[in-house]
Structures are given as structure tokens and as C-alpha cells.
Design a protein around this ligand. Sequence first.
Ligand code: FEO
Length: 400
Amino acid sequence: MKCIREVAPGILSVGASDRRLALFENLFPLENGTTYNSFLIRADKTALVDTVDASVSGQFMENVAAALDGRKLDFLVVTHMEPDHCATIAEVCLRHPEAKIVGNKKTFAMIGQFFREGLSPRFHEVKEGDELALGGRTLRFVMTPMVHWPEVMMAVETESGILFSADAFGTFGAFDGNLFSDELDYEGLYLDEARRYYANIVGKYGQQVAAALAKLGGAVPPVICPLHGPILRGKAIALLLEKYALWAAYAPETRGAVVAYASMYGNTESAALAFADALGRRGVADMRVFDVSKTHCSWVIANIFKYSHLVLAAPTYNMHVHNSMEILIRDMAALNVQNRKAAVIGNGSWAPAAPKLMAGIRRAAGDSVLDEGGADSGDGGAGGEVRRDGAGVKSRNAGT
Ligand code: FEO
């Protein structure tokens, strides 16, 4: 059955939710699915802004047909070529042979890589600032490369100021019947997932996100239509603009600490928990503790984006660092996480390598890692190493 909603007069939401997908990008756990948003503009001419993932193509095609209501499709606007949005381009083009495909030079290079249907005669290329007049509605294009792929562009509908923001301002999470952020508790239901989405999907490209925000010129759109999650209206817009400015600068949202540990037999865990407890006794508020072998690192990364301080604790493993911690610290480096105050607790019974490795990686990323140096040859001659944080708290080697 069709599932379409009016975003504004003549602009309809025609996307769909997917609750079956377990891992977004086959990587990030989804507890409540995701949406693939798409919008049909019905002015004198019609334009479909993006398509959807193949998994919801049936619902999407039904929605588009209902929204067109017998009219032909004049334009398919492609703001992003990642397959969760572009997978059904060929099918749309097959059903609507008259439709021109609107994209930029990089969009069209990728369409050539993804599809063999000979779509190039239908290309309508746009550049920065170009406008597409639909008669009563006009789209102006803003190039926003690397938010999150090189070809990404946003579109502003000039009459209303509505922003079609591609991946930006999106979030994990399917629709529960409500489509707009002001129809639901956005901060309570979606903000944590919006942060996890940003940190893990777009987090690497803070500089480019800042450039995109600058291009929007401080204008606050009345409505933001992202490709994932609720359509933003009301106070969620200011909330997300504020968060995006912080996230793009790798600046913490709040003072507090993430304590992330890996532990083989519970001894590093014991040290990490004792450390967190000591921090709490010394007045450090707002802490989150994660066992990185148990909690998917996308949630840990999201919390690292949120908080000002970070404690990493792990045993040495194969002259390196425990694999679960290695995933986290490599992911932090890949995502350009920086500007945190970090402390490192390492453990190792005979050749401790973990602390130096963790501290080195975080220092290279620009974190301030307080280091008192040297190995703690305490309990039973174990060679664990201990670092301090700004609160001057020191933990003991506890064996692996
Ligand atoms: Fe939702 Fe970068 O694709």
C-alpha cells in the first residue's frame, strides 16, 4: 500500500523504512532499522529527489506512482550515489523514459560505474549555484563533496528555503508512523542515533562538513529533508545545526569521560572500573563505561564524539593491543577523532606493548595523552604500564 506524506504543498515524501536490515553498510548494528528518504516535487514539472535502497524498492515504486498520480516524471535529481540511495535509479529510468537525470560531473562518472543501461543521453549536469526551474518551485544546487562521498550535493528549494541535505542531518532509525521531528521526541528518540550515524558515517570528513555548513551561510532552513530519518522541523533544526558545528570541529558536546576497556580475564576490566570509580569519587561527572568486546564500536565512537575525556584500557595481545581495542583505536584514527584528553591503562605480564601503542596512536591524532612513562613492574613482576589523567588518578597493574 502507498505510504506518502506531504512535506509542503507540492512536495511529497515517497521514501520507505527498512526494519529487516541488521547491519547498515553491513557494519553498523541497527536496533530500529533505517529509512531511505526520497521526495517528489510536483510543480509545473515534476522532480524526484533521490531514489532508495533496493530492499524497499517495491514500496518506493508504489509511492512514486501514487505521488505522480498519472503525471510523467520530468527529472530525477541525484544528490548522492551511495547504493542505499542510488540502487533504484535504473528502475526509475526504465519506468520513466522521459525523465532527465540531474547530477554533477562526479555523479555521472559514478552512474557510469554502477549502471550499464546507457543513461548518459539523459544527463542534465549542474554545477555550484545552478538552478533547476520546475515552474512554481526551483532547486538551487550546493556542492558538498565528502558529506559523505565526493559527488554529494544538496539542493535548496528557493521559494520555501527547504533544504534537501543528502546524508547530512540524517540518523539511523525507521519511522514509527511519525515523519516530522516536531511530531515526536527527537532528542529522546533519535539524537543518540543521529550522533552515531554522523560519527561513524560522516565523522572522518569534519573539514568538509564545516565547509558545507559555511556554504549554507548561517541560514536556518524552515525544513530539512535528509536521506535518513525524520524530516526536520522546529527545534530539532537548531539542535542539529549546533551539534553539527561541534562534531565537524571534533569538539566535545559536554564535559565527561568515556572509559573503554578490553579485558581477557577480567583483570584489566577490574583496573578500568576501579579507575572510573576513583574518577567518580573525585567528582568527575557524566561518565560512560564500555567493554569494547561487547559493545559495537560504533556506539563507543559516538560517545567519544560526545564527551571531553577518554580512558582506554587494554591488555597486550600478541605483542600488540587486544584485538577489540585495536578495532576501536584504529577506527578512531580513521574517523579523525581528535582534541580529546586521553589516559591510557595498559596491561601485560611479560612484554607490555599495549600502552605505548595506544598512547602513540592517540598522540598522533592530536589528543593530549598524559603520560608518566615507564612500566609498572608491580604485582608478581607483571610488566603493565599505567598512565595518568588530569585528575592525577593512578591505577595499578592488575595482570591481563
Ligand atoms: Fe545514506 Fe552515504 O549514504
